[in-house]
Ligand binder design. Sequence first.
Ligand code: HEC
Length: 172
Amino acid sequence: MISAPASTLAPNVAPNVASNVAFTFAAIAAMLVAAPVLAADAKTAFVSRCGMCHQAGGEGLAGQFPKLAGRAAAIAQAPAGRRYMALVVLGGMAGRIEVEGAALNGVMPGMASLTDAEIAEVLSHVVTLGKPAKAAKPFKAAEIAAVRAGGKATMGDNKELRSQLIAEGVIK
Ligand code: HEC
């Protein structure tokens, strides 16, 4: 017997294959989107989102990535410092800064595609790093949403804001 001509099979088979493939891609895309939410905890989120630069414990890398451990909680005591931290994650920062007397000239990309809840989660973790002398309040998604709604700050804006906050004693 000669097998059925392709033309009789194709109309039935092709749409199924196509829809299965589409389903698989949709499922993978959904898993990727869900992954940060399913991250075991805030530490995992910090390590995967920020740790490649700031290092897993937020200890930083001299000359390249600022140390956050033991510093972030102090910045987050003041509302202006909290706003600055959210702005940096949303818009990034670039240019020469000084951290504990040592200069560094780096680029942090903005991560505005993270949700307010994801940013709140990582920043809440950041302020616990390095056994801070004074604990800072965790960040809430609504707090990040308010900063985001306030408008976009560029990398340069954030560096200027940093200098201003140093002058005001918010960042040491
Ligand atoms: C690609 C590397 C990179 C990644 C990823 C990154 N950062 Fe940064 N971050 C930097 C650099 C570099 C600076 C300093 C920029 C400069 O020199 O102007 C910085 C600055 C900061 C500052 C300001 C520190 C200060 O002393 O004023 C905070 C807060 C911060 N990052 C938090 C985060 C958080 C939270 C994440 C993850 C959501 C993150 N960063 C991801 C490289 C990175």
